[in-house]
Design a protein around this ligand. Structure first.
Ligand code: SAH
Length: 495
């Protein structure tokens, strides 16, 4: 507990030693924790206290007294203001080291896995050769500026003020020209951008998505209404930028006054209303409302690991929990006997079924529902004629798997569990339960899906140890008649 009581506007000197989930630097003064934006591990800084709670505070960076050896100049001029890239001023190799250590420390500290075991089982982090221009999807808010003209950009961290960004360095370069086309159509037709305060104005967001493999592009305008003036003019300006590859222009009405970007429907004003792209060997049809992985280069690597870890031979029953639009399920289907995907969002399940049809994949089925509920119907004794899964894949959201879901997986006792995680802390918590339930961590590989953010994904393989009883019987038969195993039997019964 800190001895000192801090208050707003106090000045503190901090040595930053960690990074928070949202990418702020973490430092301590008199044992009290402060979060500071744009501060990096190894920095010594002077900061001004902005807000304190009982157990931590937020401070604003005033001066870097001694910079971290990992510090570099961010390539993007607005990196420090924009909420997108909190680590762009940290050398990429340092970002990777930080993410690897985060996974390692969480597995040891929260997962209770011995450090030597982690040393042996945690593989190198898979980074990107070129960690820029990696996103295939961008959502630009549009707002009126003080100059009376519409501007597009990104939100500043934790706020809805728009930082104008002509060229975001993690998005394709051509996006700035597509944005310019939308803005000049707005200027020409005196179309106002949406105002969150008054609820007036027409254009809310411009969404741009590219198929990195197909080259196809989609522009979706989110509007506060159902119609726009001069549709043909907008289409013509956008097509001028991408005459061949722009395949779809849509309008998505959203008149709600909340933080959700998309409306529930869309109308096509040019092209098909969708684009197609290929990922992990599967063709996806992507409508403006569909979820699609945003970093295709790293998704191939992450899901490639998941496929390798599953070691399928063509016979297995695979259960893919939290399956989204079925990316992993469909990829595994080619190598498995049968795959069942389970996902809570019905729209995603519809996309997964469509994707199975488009790819003529017939050994995959998809169920809408919460993983922790649907899996109960698959337990032995439940009214089900399902085959018991040989491999279970889980790819849960940040909060990890529900305890009841893990318990059900333990009851189903598949030989392998492939755990794909976007949050090392909940992964470590869940691995502890799997390990106590008779599974061993075979290997784990962190993958950097979102360079310049503090996020990291991990793919893990868990293998079921032979049940302790089997193990002991085999060992006793083979080499022991002295009864020294009786003690272990007592322990193993709990497994
Ligand atoms: N593997 C998927 C992405 C997984 S992201 C893909 O490649 O597309 C995590 C998914 O879990 C999201 O699609 C989310 O909608 C879903 N989800 C969240 N809570 C869930 C629950 N309790 N049961 C099932 N799915 C859930």
């Amino acid at each position: 507990m800190a001895d000192k009581i801090f208050k707003k506007n106090d000045e503190v000197t901090l040595i930053i030693d960690d990074i928070s989930d949202d990418g702020s630097g973490i430092g301590r003064s008199d044992g009290f924790i402060f979060f500071v934006k744009n501060a990096l591990p190894g920095d010594e800084i002077r900061a001004k206290v902005m807000k304190v709670t009982k157990s931590y505070g937020f401070a604003r960076m005033m001066e870097v007294i001694k910079p971290s050896a990992g510090r570099c100049k961010a390539k993007c001029a607005v990196a420090e203001k924009c909420g997108g890239c909190s680590l762009q001023n940290y050398k990429y190799e340092e970002q990777l080291k930080f993410k690897f250590n985060k996974v390692k420390n969480d597995l040891i500290r929260i997962g209770g896995i011995p450090a030597e075991e982690i040393e042996a089982k945690l593989r190198d982090i898979v980074g990107m050769d070129d960690p820029y221009r990696y996103r295939n999807k961008a959502q630009y808010p549009v707002r009126m500026g003080n100059d009376g003209k519409p501007h597009a950009g990104f939100y500043a961290g934790h706020t809805h003020s728009v930082i104008e960004t002509k060229d975001c360095l993690i998005e394709p370069e051509i996006n700035s020209r597509l944005l310019d086309a939308v803005l000049s159509w707005m200027n020409k037709n005196h179309v106002k951008a949406y105002d969150e305060e008054t609820g007036k104005g027409l254009v809310r967001h411009v969404l741009i998505r590219h198929g990195f493999t197909s080259g196809e592009c989609q522009v979706n305008l989110v509007i506060n209404g159902s119609k726009i003036p001069d549709e043909a003019g907008l289409v013509a300006l956008l097509k001028e930028v991408m005459p061949k590859d722009l395949k779809s222009i849509t309008l998505c009405p959203n008149t709600r006054n909340d933080n959700v970007i998309l409306g529930d429907t869309y109308r096509t004003i040019y092209g098909e209303g969708y684009i197609t792209d290929t990922l992990v060997g599967i063709t996806f049809k992507i409508s403006p409302l569909s979820f699609y992985q945003v970093n295709p280069v790293q998704t191939e690597k992450l899901y490639g690991l998941a496929r390798d870890y599953a070691s399928l031979t063509g016979e297995e029953e695979v259960l893919d929990l939290y399956c989204g639009i079925g990316t992993i399920s469909l990829m595994m289907a080619a190598k498995a006997g049968h795959v069942t995907g389970v996902e809570i969002v019905d729209r995603a399940i519809k996309d997964a079924k469509d994707n199975a049809r488009i790819n003529d994949i017939r050994n995959a089925e998809f169920i809408t529902g919460a993983a922790e509920d649907v899996i109960q119907t698959m337990l032995p004794g439940a009214d089900s004629r399902r085959r018991k899964p040989d491999v279970v894949v889980v790819d849960p959201p940040r909060k990890g798997c529900a305890r009841s879901c893990i318990d059900a997986i333990l009851t189903l006792a598949p030989s392998r569990v492939v755990y794909v995680s976007c949050n090392p802390a909940t992964l470590a918590r869940d691995l502890k339960i799997f390990r106590e339930g008779g599974y061993e961590l075979e290997k784990a590989t962190p993958v950097d899906m979102f360079p310049h953010s503090s996020h990291v994904e991990v793919c893990c393989l868990l293998e079921r140890l032979r049940s302790a009883k089997e193990h002991i019987e085999v060992t006793i038969d083979a080499e022991d008649s002295t009864g020294i195993y009786s003690e272990i039997v007592g322990v193993s019964d709990k497994i």
